[in-house]
Design a protein around this ligand. Structure first.
Ligand SMILES: *Cc1c(COP(=O)(O)O)cnc(C)c1O
Length: 312
């Protein structure tokens, strides 16, 4: 398990690379949610998502330990984050992507000078290839969530929320593989245990919900949720025990609710957020949190939206 100390160390190590993102508010959002809403705006983070926090901590550590090459298996925000920080540190990176990855995401990786290798269409094909490449060239494979450095890096979001919002009552966090929420849980429950942390998953990507219910890591078959950052099939071996220990509640949102939340934020707050972030706002908008008149921080985890897909 990671500790608060690990998160403080991460904060120091990544401070020269990442932004302390702002907290945005909206009267319209607060009134529709019947709570005071505060958006922790990681869509305004470098590379467009919080993933740069964990990736920076892990890649910097790998380089300090002598790595001269890194790999990752992701076409999404994690791949962009690893390419970005490797470029800054001057370490070559290969990002193994699915054959059907969208052009906009590949272009972002290329912009950060990441080398792209296409491999299959499933993570079961990509993961071994990324690990194999790393092993061949004396490099390090950078996992997306199930790693203490990644989790500690993501936990800095929780630390910042406590610093920026002294009287926060509830923190709402999207759950994919659980790197983000396990870091945030550690930061919050080991500092201010009375602050509630509620996780959110799409109804059709409810692997952590099922795992909690069963008391053991449970996987789901592939899912096509529009929240593409939350399509992991099961929680991580390292992330799940922290979720089990600390999480106050986990709520589910439908695909329509996710889309409606995203459109509301676009229209009323003029913010471009991606569906994986919109799940947290949807949970508040559709009154799934079970609280009223509280100070709620929603983690807006990223803004890498494929705008060409809007409205289709
Ligand atoms: C990766 C990601 C998540 C989920 O994070 P996990 O650490 O896998 O739980 C949520 N939102 C966005 C935008 C992401 O990129």
């Amino acid at each position: 398990m990671i500790t608060l100390k690990n998160i403080h160390q991460a904060a120091v190590q990544i401070s020269d690379t990442i932004n302390e993102t702002p907290i945005l508010t909206s009267t319209a959002l607060s009134s529709i949610c019947r709570n005071n809403m505060f958006l922790k705006s990681e869509h305004l983070q470098k590379t467009g998502s919080f993933k740069i926090r964990g990736a920076t901590h892990k890649v910097k550590q790998a380089v300090q330990d002598g790595a001269t090459y890194v790999t990752a298996a992701s076409s999404g925000n994690h791949g962009q984050a690893v390419a970005y920080i490797s470029d800054i540190l001057g370490v070559p990176a290969t990002i193994v992507v699915p054959e059907d990855a969208t052009a906009s995401k590949l272009n972002a990786i290329r912009d950060y000078n990441g080398e792209i290798e296409e491999c299959g269409t499933t993570s079961a094909e990509r993961l071994p290839r990324a690990k194999e490449l790393a092993a061949k060239k004396n490099g390090v494979f950078i996992p997306p969530y199930d790693d203490p450095y990644i989790m500690a890096g993501q936990g800095t979001v929780g630390m910042e929320i406590l610093k920026q919002l002294d009287d926060v009552d509830v923190v709402v966090v999207p759950i994919g593989g659980g790197g983000l929420i396990s870091g945030i849980l550690t930061a919050i429950k080991e500092t201010k245990p009375h602050v509630k942390v509620i996780g959110v998953e799409p109804e059709i990507a409810n692997d952590t919900h099922l795992s909690l219910e069963n008391g053991i890591i449970t996987s789901i078959p592939g899912t096509s949720t529009i929240a593409d950052g939350l399509r992991t099939s099961q929680p991580g071996d390292l992330t799940f025990p922290i979720v089990q220990k600390y999480l106050d509640d986990l709520v589910l949102v439908s695909e329509t609710e996710i889309q409606q939340a995203l459109f509301f934020i676009l229209e009323r707050m003029k913010q471009v957020i991606e569906p994986s972030s919109a799940v947290a706002i949807a949970a508040a908008m559709f009154e799934k949190l079970g609280v009223q008149e509280k100070n709620i921080a929603c983690v807006v985890s990223g803004g890498n939206l494929d705008v060409r897909k809007l409205g289709t």
